[in-house]
Every structure is written in structure tokens, then in C-alpha cells.
Write a protein that binds this ligand. Structure first.
Ligand SMILES: Nc1nc2c(ncn2[C@@H]2O[C@H](COP(=O)(O)OP(=O)(O)OP(=O)(O)O)[C@@H](O)[C@H]2O)c(=O)[nH]1
Ligand SMILES: [Mg+2]
Length: 241
């Protein structure tokens, strides 16, 4: 008799874009974190639209420990979706290449069966956020927008997160937001669907100087959050989803 395939305990999905210079230092650290905190983890790096050698460097540095997927157009959300769809794990954990931790991974894997989503919240009172004030202010502003625009009780949607397979299978196909709003829509959908979300404190250390422009991001984020609100607001008996 042929045994049914056994899924892995966890898949780590990491979107990467123009990271050729950073991967040789970050990827071995990430692989070490996985071997320390999660036996038999699957690691998927999804690159899209890079103008450097990100995918080739990831394959060379990561070797057999890493699955590298490469797609044409730069889009963080499209990369996340691809990684989540390919993920085999009972948990799917999202890390950035400059933001990951063994203790978060252990926390996710130690959750009781009724927990569906785990979020490392930079806004948790016990979190230690060592980033520069402007980045902490951006996180606070985003948190206020989540509360006011989406009436959400979730305090953070960017950064480290873990989702049970049942949540991924149920909700990822419904998410329409792209770019950096993909994970926000996924988390808000999970909240509205009544999945059990647990927030945990985190220590945030920058592994490198921040490189994204907040000025460009603010209008895109506000527009995106209003779009998610419209999408998820039930109209005339529809379910909104
Ligand atoms: N595949 C893919 N990955 C992306 C894209 N943009 C960013 N990423 C990756 O997403 C993760 C987070 O991006 P960062 O550039 O660190 O942005 P951030 O963490 O929001 O902001 P700072 O680190 O504070 O600048 C990293 O692993 C990036 O390589 C993209 O268009 N496509
Ligand atoms: Mg970053």
C-alpha cells in the first residue's frame, strides 16, 4: 500500500526583491533559524521583477535548503500569494528577508489547536521596537488607520505572521489586494471570518537600514485600506466576501 503524503509542520514564505547583495548574509542566518526552531521546515523564496541576480544568488546561497520561485513582474502581494499557494506546511509563516526570528517560529508551532493566526505585533505593549522613531511612527499611524478605516482589533499586519493551512486554503483565493496590502487584506478577512487570531510581542531589530520610501507608501496604503473596506462591507444581504 502506498502511504499518503505527509505534509510538513511549517512552510516559511519569504518574498524577495532586489536582494542579491543582502542574501549572502541573510539567507544563511534564516536557514540557521529554521534548523534551530523548526524541524523539517519548508523554505520558499519568491522573487519577482528584480533587476539584479536575486533568484540566482538565492539558489546558489540557499542550495537544497531553499525552493526559489521567480516570476516576471515586481509585486510583493503576488509573490506572497504564489508562496502561500505552493506551501505544503500545516502552518504557513511569512518572514521578510530582513525580519525573522526563531522565537516567533517556536511560538507559532507551540499554539493550541484552536489558534488559527499568529501575528508578531510591533504595537504589543511588551514589544521592544528598536527601529528609528520615524519607522515606529509609521507603524503607529498604520495601526490607527486599521482601527479607524477597517474597524479592526488587529494591531499589526506587516511583518511576521503565521496562518494555519485551513485559513490559507479558505482565504488566500479570495484576496484581491496586491502589493503591500495583500497581507493586510488576508488578516482582516481572517478577523472578519471569526478565525482565532493571537498577537504576540516581538523584539524588532533592523538587520539593515530601511530602504522603502514611506512618503510613497502612505497614499497607496490609505487608498488600499478604503478599497478593502468597500470589498468587505456587506451590501444588501451579500456576504461581502
Ligand atoms: N517578491 C517581491 N518581494 C518584495 C517586493 N518588495 C519587497 N519585497 C520583499 O519584501 C520584504 C519586505 O520588504 P522591505 O524592502 O524590507 O520593506 P519593509 O520591511 O516594508 O520596509 P523597510 O525594511 O523598513 O524598508 C523583503 O523580503 C523584500 O525583499 C516585490 O515587489 N516583490
Ligand atoms: Mg524590511
Amino acid at each position: 500500500m502506498i502511504a499518503a503524503p505527509v505534509s510538513r509542520p511549517v512552510t516559511i514564505v519569504v518574498p524577495v526583491y532586489n536582494e542579491a547583495a543582502f542574501l549572502p548574509q541573510a539567507l544563511p542566518r534564516l536557514v540557521a533559524v529554521l534548523s534551530e526552531a523548526a524541524e523539517d521546515a519548508e523554505l520558499i523564496l519568491v522573487e519577482n521583477g528584480s533587476t539584479d541576480e536575486t533568484a540566482a544568488v538565492a539558489r546558489r546561497v540557499g542550495g537544497s535548503a531553499v525552493t526559489v520561485v521567480s516570476l516576471p513582474a515586481a509585486d510583493y502581494g503576488a509573490a506572497m500569494r504564489e508562496g502561500f499557494v505552493r506551501a505544503d506546511g500545516d502552518w504557513v509563516v511569512n518572514f521578510d528577508i530582513d525580519y525573522f526570528s526563531a522565537s516567533f517560529l517556536r511560538t507559532v508551532l507551540g499554539q493550541p489547536p484552536d489558534v488559527d493566526v499568529v501575528i508578531a505585533s510591533k504595537r504589543d505593549p511588551s514589544s521592544e521596537d528598536h527601529r528609528p522613531p520615524v519607522r515606529r511612527l509609521a507603524t503607529l499611524t498604520f495601526n490607527l488607520l486599521l482601527r479607524t478605516i477597517l474597524d479592526s482589533g488587529v494591531t499589526d499586519t506587516h511583518g511576521m505572521k503565521g496562518f494555519r493551512r485551513r485559513v490559507v486554503d479558505d482565504l488566500v483565493p479570495r484576496v484581491v489586494s496586491t502589493k503591500d496590502l495583500f497581507d493586510t487584506e488576508l488578516v482582516i478577512r481572517a478577523e472578519r471570518a471569526g478565525y482565532r487570531i493571537v498577537e504576540v510581542p516581538v523584539e524588532v531589530m533592523e538587520m539593515r537600514t530601511a530602504r522603502s520610501s514611506l512618503i510613497k507608501r502612505v497614499p497607496r496604503t490609505v487608498t488600499g485600506l478604503f478599497r478593502i473596506r468597500r470589498l468587505l462591507t456587506p451590501r444588501d444581504g451579500s456576504t461581502g466576501g
